[in-house]
Ligand binder design. Structure first.
Ligand code: URA
Length: 205
């Protein structure tokens, strides 16, 4: 079958087996991406961040949240007093979906069918890491982890739910904080992310 081989504990690599993930043809997105980007972080992480999909820089680097959104996440972790290296970081969708705009590749929101196709990989990560808390970063991640499109950020932020064996804490996507107009809105959105991560941390105790 196409399962990730389960190696002995200390031989366990920290990333998804790239050869298998990179060969994924469960949806069409692979055709336009440089490579698939799996999750990264400690196997026994208690908190898992789930983003939307790799961005331009992540697509090129083959690692999640290494671009501007990743830098913002670093600041959120620092402000919340949580070491980012203790968190497993991944995305709902593993290939970068984009459209050209001039010389730039502009992110396109993944379709529900692409989110569903990629559950195959997210489920492997969840089974492998078994986090106590999943922090859903933005609406795509929320829909993915809740397995329904019938959920909203507005109703979910500040209200953790226990779902399929994990606490789900919802917050904004870091890219939202980066692009929201106005200093006050930006500050408030950043603070919401910090508060959400503190909430996730509190659920561990
Ligand atoms: N945005 C995401 O959702 N994930 C990344 O890995 C980078 C940017």
């Amino acid at each position: 079958g196409t399962t990730i081989p389960i190696a002995p504990e200390d031989a366990q690599p920290e990333r998804q087996q790239p050869s298998k993930l990179d060969e994924c043809r469960r949806c069409e997105l692979w055709q336009f991406a440089t490579q698939a980007v799996g999750g990264e972080g400690p196997k026994k992480a208690k908190i898992m961040f789930v983003g939307e999909q790799p961005g331009d820089q992540e697509d090129l680097a083959g690692q999640p949240f290494v671009g501007p959104a990743g830098k913002l996440l670093d600041q959120v972790c620092e402000q919340a007093g949580v070491d980012r290296d203790t968190i497993y970081v991944t995305n709902a969708v593993k290939h970068f979906k984009w459209e050209p705009r001039g010389k730039r590749r502009i992110h396109k929101t993944p379709a529900q069918k692409e989110i569903e196709a990629c559950h195959y990989w997210l489920d492997k990560e969840l089974a492998h890491v078994q986090p106590t808390v999943i922090v859903a970063l933005g609406a795509t991640a929320l829909k993915s982890v809740m397995r329904t499109a019938n959920v909203t950020l507005k109703n979910s932020i500040g209200h953790p739910v226990f779902h399929e064996g994990h606490w789900i804490v919802t917050t904004y996507h870091p890219s939202y904080v980066l692009r929201v107009p106005g200093e006050e809105a930006k500050r408030a959105a950043f603070q919401t992310m910090v508060d959400s991560l503190k909430l996730a941390q509190d659920l561990l105790d």
